[in-house]
Design a protein around this ligand. Structure first.
Ligand code: ADP
Ligand code: ASP
Ligand code: MG
Length: 409
């Protein structure tokens, strides 16, 4: 089998961890597998590199930011190759440009456009383990770019697709995907399998165990993906973790499989918005132009036929630019703008929702029972999200997790 294995930051946090990760790779090689390894930077290193940039210039140049923050992965790829060589395994490190992993030039959150796998495939066919620095690629004009925080997951899945690997194993500090963040709910349960669709919703709604783009790519390219622990016994080939797979491969479809929370949101409320055709386009057009992703939106019915109120959410980091864009909008000159950063989006996710009624009611009742006020609601086929005060994050997550019977015994 050909497999890609990825180790996250905590899995390569220090030399002892790298040695432990190298043992996992060695065990896969001993099983007769061809292995490509993708590594993150040592835990905390990327954060430190980001803050170095900010210390020099708060509005740093994005190309140089990428030059700096991509370096953490270079270190671990070399160290991992050394640890493998010490175990008598032929191994070589690869940086993104050496593969090459071609990406667009949106520095800081670039997307992979193409991977040319021939050289790496030749190394694997020659019996060598290839150790790739995650999180980075090279633009068409030869500059280094990074793929957004958590981007090594996407490197791993993209590499698995390009190499036509049989599986992509994501080694991390939990032994699988849980019904909710195990750090918040002790009784969260490990899922044996989860569909790409649900995992995609969970990732994009806050479960940071996999970067959203990595799941998108796995789904599109049909890459079997496994999340498993670096710190427990066993290797990926024994399938101890959570398999992210096609919906058809999941026998028991739960109504709700996961609860997530996302704190990086801010709520914007517009009072006294003219109630005329074309207003939404005028409000959201400038936000789109400023590349601001508007998420939940509600508009009230007009009381007097002339004006209405509107509420929506934007990423907290974009709130100031959103306000600038709104204040520059001539149609909103008589509109009051209120903002609230102390909000959290809590979501429940499950493919079984498609065919079951009453899922939303369970959510609303569970929150009501805890006295938690719902500010905004949004739904899609397999998820329901509510915006509530961030003060109730843990209470809301726990209440929902138990309301859907997800707790372990
Ligand atoms: P890595 O450094 O290996 O990439 P991350 O910190 O990015 O690891 O992701 C793993 C973390 O994701 C876990 O420690 C856990 O707290 C968090 N997490 C959030 N939601 C979930 C979930 N539903 N299942 C598993 N882990 C989750
Ligand atoms: N080191 C990068 C980060 O911390 C990429 C990754 O670990 O996936 O975001
Ligand atoms: Mg991660």
């Amino acid at each position: 089998m050909k497999i890609v294995v990825k180790f996250g930051g905590t899995s390569v946090a220090d030399i002892a961890c790298i040695e432990n990760a190298a043992d996992k790779v060695a065990a896969e090689v001993q099983r007769g597998n061809q292995v490509a390894v993708v590594v993150s930077a040592m835990s905390g290193v990327t954060n430190q590199l980001v803050s170095f940039c900010g210390d020099i210039a708060p509005d740093f140049d994005a190309q140089e930011y990428d030059a700096v923050v991509s370096s953490g992965e270079n270190v671990t790829s070399g160290l991992m190759a050394l640890a493998l060589q010490k175990r008598g395994i032929s191994a070589r490190s690869w940086q993104g440009w050496q593969v090459p992993i071609i990406c667009d030039d949106v520095h800081g959150k670039a997307r992979i456009a193409d991977i040319q796998p021939e050289k790496m495939n030749a190394a694997l066919d020659g019996g060598q383990v290839a150790v790739l620095a995650g999180f980075q690629g090279v633009t068409s004009d030869g500059r280094i770019a990074t793929l957004g925080r958590g981007g090594s997951d996407t490197t791993a899945v993209a590499l698995a697709a390009a190499l036509e690997a049989d599986r992509c194993d994501i080694y991390t500090d939990v032994n699988g995907v849980y019904t909710t963040d195990p750090r918040i709910v002790r009784k969260a349960q490990k899922l044996d399998r989860i569909s790409y669709e649900e995992m995609l919703e969970m990732a994009s709604l806050g479960a940071k165990v996999l970067q959203t783009r990595s799941v998108e790519m796995a789904m599109k390219r049909n890459v079997p993906l496994q999340v498993l622990s670096t710190f427990e016994d066993g290797i990926g080939s024994d399938l101890p973790g959570t398999l992210v797979t096609r919906e058809e491969d999941i026998v028991e479809k739960q109504i709700v499989n996961g609860v997530t929370y996302q704190k990086g949101e801010a709520k914007v409320t517009l009072l006294n918005v003219p109630d005329i055709p074309g207003m939404s386009a005028k409000i959201f057009g400038p936000l789109t132009d400023a590349s601001i992703n508007v998420d939940m939106i509600v508009q009230n019915i007009s009381q007097n036929g002339e004006s209405t109120d509107m509420t929506f959410t934007v990423p907290r980091a974009d709130l100031d630019s959103a306000l600038d864009a709104l204040q520059a909008c001539p149609e909103l000159k008589d509109t009051e703008i209120h903002t609230d950063k102390n909000v959290v989006k809590v979501s429940v996710i499950g493919i079984g929702m498609r065919s079951h009624a009453g899922v939303a009611q369970t959510m609303f009742q569970a929150l009501a029972d805890k006295g938690i006020n719902i500010q905004v609601i949004s739904t899609s086929e397999i998820k329901i999200s509510v915006l509530v005060s961030a003060d109730y994050t843990e209470l809301a997550v726990r209440a929902l997790h138990s309301a859907y019977g997800l707790e372990s015994e």
